[in-house]
Design a protein around this ligand. Structure first.
Ligand code: NAP
Length: 252
């Protein structure tokens, strides 16, 4: 690992895909800022990393709050070093059919996914430009292609794909790549929440999803972490502006 590519920030890393990604990047030699809304909730991920001999820092931050983001990124730079790898993973669901969707449901999803990725990327890019090296990975979703009950989430996840491609255009000349990983069904608290919303047990919900997926299983957080790790790698410098679906099969 070169010293320039050492420090990574993973948002929403207290659990789920973010936690698996933080652990994976630490295993590859990066010092990882485990960022989530509640600093205390990051302890388990940090402990997992440090127990394996890695370096991690718990950071409490709401990614949709500009001042909090600036302070968090400055803290990471001071305590771990300049963050040159950023995984914009923090996310929320506020599913509802359009006629029942409140303005708050809409705004919350836009704030966390889109505004959050914008604020975090803006705060980190100066460190990446100074280093002449950077890797940004944004979490999109198969829902970007449209999904009933998710007009807010699907718009945000499609928006992240446009955001990613634009960052690739703007930042490429500074050695910075931007890519998106778009998972299908991954078993996490988020999909458990969806099962509860539609009134199904989580096991039945996963079995129903698996039956529709070509590889006949649902995804695990580690499946997504592996794809993210590829994009953050030092040797992925010629791959930029891409959207990789990690969904156990092709999508329409
Ligand atoms: P998850 O288990 O719900 O974890 C999301 C994490 O983000 C939580 O720890 C949450 O904290 C944190 N978070 C929420 N709002 C935040 C904010 N404003 N600032 C900082 N952190 C915040 O979700 P996941 O399933 O791992 O999903 C991770 C990402 O992958 C999301 O962007 C999601 O949209 C995307 N994705 C997931 C799937 C899937 O099937 N699971 C599929 C496609 C895409 P709290 O616990 O405090 O709320």
């Amino acid at each position: 690992m070169s010293t320039t590519g050492r420090v990574a920030i993973v948002t929403g890393a207290a659990r789920g895909i973010g936690a698996a990604t933080a652990v994976r990047l630490a295993r590859e030699g990066r010092a990882v800022a485990v960022l989530d809304l509640d600093e205390g909730a990051c302890a388990e991920t940090v402990e997992q990393i440090t127990a394996a001999g890695g370096t991690a820092l718990a950071v409490g931050c709401d990614v949709s709050d500009a001042a909090a983001v600036e302070a968090a990124v400055a803290r990471v730079a001071a305590e771990l070093g300049p963050p040159v790898v950023l995984v914009n993973n923090a996310g929320v669901l506020r599913d509802n059919l359009l006629f029942k969707m409140s303005e708050d449901d809409w705004d919350t999803v836009m704030s966390v996914h889109l505004r959050g990725a914008f604020l975090m990327s803006r705060a980190c890019q100066k460190h990446m430009v100074d280093a002449g090296f950077g890797r940004i990975v944004n979490l999109s979703s198969s829902s970007a292609l449209g999904n009933r009950g998710q007009s807010n989430y699907s718009a945000a996840k499609a928006g992240l794909q446009g955001f990613t491609k634009t960052l690739a255009h703007e930042l490429g000349k500074f050695g910075v790549t931007a890519n998106a990983v778009a998972p299908g069904f991954i078993a996490t608290d988020m999909t458990a929440q969806t099962a509860a919303r539609v009134g199904m047990g989580f096991d039945d919900f996963q079995a129903a999803a698996a039956s529709q997926i070509p590889v006949r299983r649902v995804g695990r957080p580690d499946d997504v972490a592996g794809a993210i790790a590829f994009f953050t790698g030092e040797d992925a410098g010629f791959v930029s502006g891409q959207v990789l679906y990690v969904a156990g099969g092709p999508l329409d």
